[in-house]
Design a protein around this ligand. Structure first.
Ligand code: M6R
Length: 616
């Protein structure tokens, strides 16, 4: 949510900042702006709308400065206007600031500043923060050896309640940026005679692969050739420089029309990456190096608690199904946003898991912290290498799915499903699952990427179906057992990128209410895998058909439906129960994608959304 880029070096800052914002636009796209230091002052260009609008506006300024900060916004306080766009300038024009997060006590601070004569042009909490830095900057310095600029930022942050990732310029300190974080991600890219601040690696990886992941409560003071990190309490921090392992090409669209399409088609590779090096030598179970728990620890666990948001929460529901089904260990799933305030009772033999693509979702992070406070050991299944969740968890499993740029999660989601299936196997093999069942399961996992490739071959057929169904404004997605969460995921995909109302339901539960929605105008997407409930699913489909509902059926190859029951059939390959959720997800991703394209929607940047939700 909100993207920040800051640059200080020997090149013109504006083009580097705008390139960075383009890569970060998926974090927020309500408005964008830059502030550049030049000629002893700070000049700002900002515009409501996309980064392209800002680029046109910035061109009029003929910026030449080599230090600047920039921002792409997802609105929290104040509407989507030029005035509310970041960066914000202080009343005295000395301080410019960009911010990701929410200042909860902004009203009290604003009243204090108004009384001191500061004026405000926007409705944002960020402008309050900017003027508070300006206020402290006018005060006497009290910290020996520290620049007045850095001291002003530090003093400001003492007074801030809420969350922030900020980058700040001061007109009296050319070539310097001060940045800090609490609850919102911020990364320093260490370059050759240049340094970059960004809220996401993708904004800086084209210039450097050497990064420092800042921690909450840290402030970094950056010049072109140097940087120093301290805590809010002025303790020096020895930086750890990590190397980013992916290249800029993996965050580019290539020949695809959208990142979402690219990422759907990357899924087989993402699954291979999730499995690489994670099977035992005897081929009967999975191995996870990063869990930091031994087999005895695992055997002592009598319950798992999974917490997440959005698609990752759907992955938790699949994990629940698979762990209970194969390992026979009880699993509880909670929304992270609920868990954090719910005060759920602690069970000392429980293991707490969070699942997060970004590793920065604020509710998931808060749930993790709450669980740790309560004494749980916390594991994370996470794609964001070096992310806050990955760092704060006691152990975890990296997804290695590569950067996911499309706001709608696709490859990260199926990779979470596969890792959940691997984890269910791991726990099951420590308990009752036999060696031969383990080998069979492992072989099924290894076959999944090829089955996904085969399912992707249905894309042309699904595109044709999408053309016929894009006109409808209501959909039901219906599935049972491990495919109920995939029904939820299908509905979420469709609503988030094409703004069509869609609901996911357990197929048999449909007759307890949602069946009232059924008409010729409300199609249902049915998951109909082979297995013991096949006939039950057929009965549910009959109930829909009897009410003139159209049906798109996702059916295991070789399974015969009664003639005329489904209006459209999308075949999926026969597969192991543990990998069925992965395979069944692919058609609903494609269906949602093609419907959104057919309706002319902005697939990668759907309205009101942002890729990682770093505010509450
Ligand atoms: O980065 P995370 O996995 O923690 O994100 C969780 C949700 O915000 C995310 O899955 C969201 O629901 C996606 N837009 C779904 O496509």
């Amino acid at each position: 949510m909100c993207g920040i880029v800051g640059y200080v070096g020997k090149h013109k800052a504006v083009s580097i900042l705008i390139e960075g914002l383009n890569r970060l636009e998926y974090r927020g796209y309500d408005s964008a702006g830059v502030a550049i230091q030049q000629n002893g002052r700070i000049e700002v260009a900002k515009k409501a709308g996309r980064v392209a609008n800002l680029a046109r506006e910035a061109a009029k300024h003929h910026f030449t400065g080599t230090a600047g900060i920039s921002h792409t916004r997802w609105a929290t306080h104040g509407g989507v206007t030029d005035a509310n766009a970041h960066p914000h300038l202080s009343s005295d024009d000395k301080i410019a600031l960009v911010h990701n997060g929410v200042v909860e006590n902004y009203d009290a601070i604003k009243r204090f500043l108004l009384a001191k004569g500061y004026t405000f042009k926007s409705e944002t909490d960020t402008e309050v923060l900017t003027n508070l830095v300006a206020y402290h900057y006018t005060k006497e310095t009290t910290v020996e050896g520290e620049s007045r600029f850095l001291e002003a930022v530090r003093k400001t942050l003492y007074h801030v309640e809420g969350t922030y990732g900020i980058a700040v310029l001061c007109s009296d300190f050319p070539g310097e940026i001060v940045a800090a974080r609490k609850g919102s991600p911020l990364i320093l890219g260490v370059g050759q005679d240049e340094n970059i601040i960004a809220s996401d690696v993708s904004a800086l990886v084209s210039r450097t692969q050497r990064v420092v992941y800042l921690k909450d409560g840290e402030i970094v003071h950056v010049t072109a050739r140097d940087f120093s990190i301290t805590t809010l309490d002025q303790a020096d921090v020895s930086p750890v420089i990590d190397k980013v392992t992916w290249s800029i090409e993996s965050a580019e669209m290539g020949a695809h029309a959208h990142f979402m399409e690219k990422e759907i088609f990357e899924q087989a590779t993402a699954l291979e990456n999730a499995m690489r090096g994670r099977f035992s030598e005897d081929g009967s179970t999975a191995n996870f190096g990063g869990l930091n728990l031994n087999a005895a620890d695992f055997r002592a666990i009598d319950r798992f608690v999974f917490c997440s948001c959005g698609s990752a929460w759907h992955a938790c529901l699949v994990a629940e199904h698979l762990i209970e089904r194969f390992a026979r260990v009880p699993v509880e799933v909670d929304y992270a946003s609920e868990f954090r305030y719910r005060n759920s009772p602690l069970d000392p033999h429980s293991l707490f898991f969070v699942i997060s693509q970004s590793g920065e979702t604020i509710d998931t992070l808060a749930a993790l912290r709450e669980a740790k406070r309560k004494g749980y050991k916390v594991m994370a299944i996470c794609n964001g290498v070096g992310s806050t969740i990955a760092r704060e968890a006691d152990g975890g499993i990296y997804q290695h799915a590569g950067p996911e740029i499309g706001v709608a999660s696709t490859k990260a989601f199926t990779s979470q499903l596969l890792i959940s299936a691997m984890f269910a196997l791991y726990v099951a093999r420590m308990r009752d699952m036999s060696f031969s069942d383990g080998v069979h399961y492992v072989n099924a996992l290894k076959a999944t990427p090829d089955l996904v490739r085969r399912t992707l071959e249905q894309a042309p057929r699904i595109r044709e179906i999408a053309k016929r169904y894009a006109k409808y404004n209501d959909f039901l997605f219906l599935g049972r057992l491990s495919l109920f969460p995939i029904a939820l995921e299908g509905a979420l995909k469709l609503k988030e990128i094409s703004y069509i109302h869609a609901e996911g339901y357990p197929a048999a539960e449909m007759k307890h209410g949602p069946i009232a929605l059924i008409s010729e105008e409300c199609p249902s997407v049915f998951f109909v895998p082979k297995g013991e409930i096949f006939n039950k699913l057929v009965s549910s489909m009959q109930e829909i058909k009897a009410r003139k509902g159209k049906i798109i059926a996702i059916v295991t190859e070789g399974c015969e439906l009664p003639p005329g029951l489904a209006d459209e059939i999308i075949p999926i390959p026969d597969c192991h129960e543990a990998t069925l959720p992965v395979i069944a997800t692919v058609p609903v991703q494609l269906l949602s994608y093609y419907i959104a394209v057919e309706r002319g929607c902005d697939v990668d940047k759907p309205r009101n959304l942002a890729k990682s939700v770093t505010v509450e």
